[in-house]
Design a protein around this ligand. Structure first.
Ligand code: ADP
Ligand code: MG
Length: 900
């Protein structure tokens, strides 16, 4: 009898090569095996007659090979053909030709006289019915017929060295031999019908199509439920954390609303009420404000900041780019200075106060908040040994990740080159070098330098130019290389040696969760004693932690613990010279701006702001309220998954005073007509954006191309004034260009997509997008949102030279609607199933069976079930809920970490 998690190695009947192939699929246990779900099923209960016509759906056929041949074409290329005959041919039967191009192995597998099953689309080729590149299986003996044929047969994602048949055979036998397939129920019985083990059997070897569908539904629901339990637990976890109420009486807000030149829409009122409720509550707010471009999110955000300011707190307002930060700053000053609110701008390019200029006390380092939280008081002092904690650390030899995530924390082990051992002096060199870049290139949580290797735990930081349109982070490669080469040089000099000091390879892994971080932290702190390099009672000086350094620097300052506690408990009022609202780019998070009393952080354009960054903010103590805003609508299923740990407020209504936006797709050949239309609009006093795509803004060639483009447009639009805007123009100059355009000094702005988000110039009513087919739907919609912001009728012209079926379908969506949510849904429909709107970046685990798109309704049900469990029992204390705890723990630290 095979039990739940038997290791496949322990099943004597699986030959070793098969085990290895299974391992390549990530299958180690019977549990892995039975959850290796079929990709599709074939109806092999009975095979249809051979077709006489083409069909568009693939079909499954069975026949005998009566002839094989190989033909050559184009020199070395080969076509292998197998002609099949039906088992019970009749007078009208036609043979079926199966063809494979350049697949040598097929030729070796198929021979005359065999019976084979093929799956593919029949096509008419001349007079013959052919299937090109069918999937196929050779029927070897009748014994196995009952597993592979005469039933609805599972087809698996295959791997090299493991045929469908072998894999199917193994799964069949494991299912036969195990009493239950291991399967503790995952989802509550209110959500799924039947037993999980039955569903698992039925997904592999269904009795009927209905049975297959029911099994699939069961398994998808379970999978989604597990995912939603984790997401929901995070949401409830943050609710349980200590926060403060940050909500004033609303007098200030009312004053502001009275002064506005327009009335709020009902949707704006509704979301302000929701936000206000959160601000007044003592748990930290974690809310997403979703609303199409131009729906008026900024006003809502200002309302929120005013409530916090009135309660005596500081508010931060973060935008993804320099231009937007400046724009917000202008808007906030215009509206809030008359109310006596002090607003400050903090970006790398410019620092400005609207009120009297105080200097920030820059001693508190915002970066360390993360560590404090991770430790939560359980960080051991570095000399104490904790024999009972056996949290082992496992390294696997890995290459650097092929992509790196912003704000990822890494555990890195670097080994010395063979026969190089670091003496105490060398160890100090290494330790100091790593410390040197702490808080500039990365935040170093902990490091331990051993005689023949080092462990470090750190989080790379963005490179300094905070104004860059896209934040670049120090990469592991860069950091590793410079630290290695620097220390190698120093050590060699000190020891008068030459040659390599370090191994080339780096062992690394992402830190997946707080638990992981703490575990790693402990591991590093224990390392010298665990490894026997230091004696039990002995100190090991080459360990360093940020925590410790901070403690040391504090104790050397005149402040003692008593006074700092006193200060911490002092009434929370803002000194009268401190700005009440700080506007900046997302860089506010990692620059040395210290907030004196941060109550609310507003983050504009969430999609450029990682979940980890948010975590960094919410990790502060006490936690501020966080409001993130996004103008990128995503389908609802994704919202409850990607943003499932947030409360969502949606502005689903546009202000009424908007002119219509007309969107039109035009072929490049119609440029002449388009130009004369543009000129009439410019003559009416409207302003124009011309957007053209650049592949890589850092590319010199592209900058040249941009300049050429600009010359062209100047001629075309003469005598109207044009200016050029792109990402390589330095920030202050960019700002001036925008200012001139805003004032109307310039009539047309020729720009790359740096213009993309949030720019708000009501008189700019015309947009022309060149090579529109090169942009994605969401981006086009964003761009289009720059027009239609005033009372004028607006136009968005999508110029396209390459109208394939796909691009015209894509562009037609925009002609059809200006509603961002509709665009998002259409976008999702147009994309293939595999490509799910950046879920990869959001760190969701790969789904084994569910499909976010197709199974949207099931996700909704799973979410509702998870929510209702947490609502009744937030800590999962009820006996019937305790089993869900391990569900969450299991997933945590695997792929879910950065949703925090
Ligand atoms: P977004 O949601 O894209 O950030 P904004 O907040 O920039 O939109 O608002 C777009 C424009 O609409 C701004 O000029 C703003 O002043 C204006 N606006 C906001 N709310 C209203 C309203 N209720 N009625 C009329 N105009 C409004
Ligand atoms: Mg905006």
């Amino acid at each position: 009898m095979t039990s739940v998690s038997t290791n496949l190695e322990d099943l004597s009947w699986i030959p070793r090569p098969r085990l290895l192939a299974l391992r390549r699929l990530g299958i180690h246990t019977t549990q892995d095996l039975v959850t290796h779900f079929p990709r599709r099923h074939e109806d092999r209960t009975e095979f249809p007659q051979f077709p006489r016509e083409e069909t568009d759906i693939p079909i499954c056929l069975c026949g005998e090979v009566i002839k094989t041949s190989v033909r050559r074409f184009g020199g070395w290329k080969k076509i292998f053909e197998a002609t099949l005959e039906e088992s019970q041919p009749n007078a009208l039967s036609e043979p079926l030709v199966c063809r494979w191009f350049n697949l040598h192995y097929v030729q070796k597998m198929i021979a005359t006289g065999q019976r084979i099953v093929v799956f593919g689309k029949p096509r008419l080729r001349g007079k013959r019915i052919c299937i090109d590149h069918p999937e196929f299986e050779v029927i070897e003996n009748d014994e196995e017929m009952s597993i592979h044929f005469r039933r609805i047969t599972p087809i698996y994602p295959a791997t090299e060295g493991l045929s469908q048949r072998v894999l199917r055979g193994i799964i069949y036998r494991v299912l036969q031999e195990s009493a239950d397939t291991g399967s503790k129920p995952i989802a509550p019985s209110t959500l799924v019908r039947g037993e999980r083990s039955d569903a698992i059997r039925a997904i592999h070897f269904p009795e009927s199509w209905e049975g297959r569908d029911a099994a699939r539904e069961h398994l998808v629901l379970s999978e989604f439920f597990a995912m939603q339990m984790l997401i929901t637990s995070r949401r409830f976890e943050s609710t349980a954390r200590a926060g403060q109420a940050h909500c004033g009486s609303g007098a200030l807000l009312n004053k502001f609303l009275k002064a506005l030149p327009f009335a709020l829409t009902a949707a704006q009122e509704k979301v302000i009420t929701e936000i206000r409720r959160d601000l007044a509550a003592t748990y930290p707010m974690n809310r997403l404000l979703q609303g199409d471009v131009g729906s008026g999110k900024t006003v809502v955000a200002i309302a929120a900041t005013l409530l916090a300011v009135e309660a005596g707190y500081q508010a931060a307002f973060m935008a993804p780019t320099q231009i937007l930060a400046e724009q917000h700053y202008e808007v906030l000053r215009r509206w809030l200075e008359p109310l006596g609110i002090r607003v400050a701008l903090r970006t790398a390019a410019r620092q400005e106060e609207s009120g009297p200029l105080p200097l920030f006390a820059g001693n508190e380092n915002p970066g360390s908040a993360r560590l404090k939280r991770a430790g939560d008081g359980i960080l051991p002092s570095r000399t104490s040994l904790e024999p009972e904690s056996t949290l082992g650390a496992h390294y696997s030899r890995r290459r650097l990740p092929h992509f790196e995530k912003p704000w990822a924390i890494y555990a890195v082990t670097i080994t010395t080159a063979r026969r190089r051992s670091l003496d105490p002096q060398a160890r100090s060199i290494v330790l100091n070098a790593w410390r040197h870049f702490h808080n500039s290139r990365y935040e170093l949580f902990a490091i331990c330098v051993m005689p023949d290797h080092l462990h470090a735990l750190f989080q790379p930081w963005p490179k300094t130019e905070a104004s860059a349109e896209e934040t670049k982070f120090w990469s592991l490669t860069e950091l590793g290389r410079s630290l290695k080469s620097f220390t190698a040089r120093e050590i060699n000099r000190a020891e008068s040696k030459t040659g390599a000091v370090w191994e080339k390879e780096t062992f690394d892994r992402y830190i997946r969760s707080d638990r992981d971080l703490v575990e790693k932290f402990h591991y590093i702190l224990r390392n010298p004693w665990d490894a026997g390099v230091a004696n039990k009672k002995e100190e090991y000086p080459w360990i360093w932690t940020a925590e410790e350094e901070m403690r040391a620097s504090r104790s050397s300052s005149p402040q003692n613990a008593a006074t700092s506690t006193l200060q911490a408990c002092a009434p929370q009022t803002l000194a009268s010279d401190q700005p009440q609202i700080i506007v900046g780019t997302h860089a506010l998070l990692y620059e040395n701006v210290s907030f004196s009393n941060l109550g609310l952080a507003v983050i504009d354009e969430q999609h450029k702001f990682g979940v980890a960054q948010r975590a960094r903010l919410t990790a502060r103590e006490p936690a501020p309220d966080v409001l993130v805003m996004t103008a990128t609508p995503i389908p609802r299923t994704l919202t409850m998954t990607i943003y499932g740990d947030l409360d969502v407020s949606t502005i689903d209504e546009m202000p009424g005073n908007r002119g219509k936006i007309v969107t039109a797709v035009r072929d490049t050949s119609k440029l002449g007509e388009v130009l004369s239309f543009l000129r009439t609009q410019l003559e009416k006093g409207r302003q124009l954006y011309v957007i053209y795509p650049l592949i890589d803004e850092s590319d010199k060639l592209d900058v040249k191309a941009a300049a050429a483009e600009y010359e062209l447009w100047r001629e075309r639009l003469h005598p109207f004034r044009c200016e050029l805007l792109h990402g390589r123009i330095p920030a202050p100059e960019k700002q001036q260009i925008m200012d001139r355009f805003r004032r109307g000094d310039t009539n047309a702005l020729i720009s790359t997509t740096v213009l993309e988000v949030g720019v708000d110039i009501p008189n700019a009513a015309i947009m022309l997008i060149e090579n529109a087919e090169r942009f994605g739907l969401a981006q086009l919609h964003q761009l289009r949102g720059r027009v239609g912001r005033g009372e004028h009728k607006s136009y968005c012209i999508l110029l396209s030279s390459n109208q394939t079926k796909e691009t015209s379908a894509k562009l037609a969506v925009l002609e059809g609607t200006t509603n961002g949510f509709e665009v998002a849904e259409a976008d999702w429909d147009l994309r293939g199933p595999g490509d799910v709107l950046g879920t990869a970046q959001s760190g969701l685990p790969a789904l084994k069976i569910g499909d976010l798109k197709r199974d949207a309704e099931l996700m909704r049900r799973a979410r509702a079930a998870a929510m209702s469990i947490f609502e009744m029992d937030p800590c999962l204390e009820q006996p019937e809920n305790q089993r869900f705890r391990c569900l969450i723990v299991e997933q945590q630290g695997q792929s879910f970490s950065h949703i925090s």
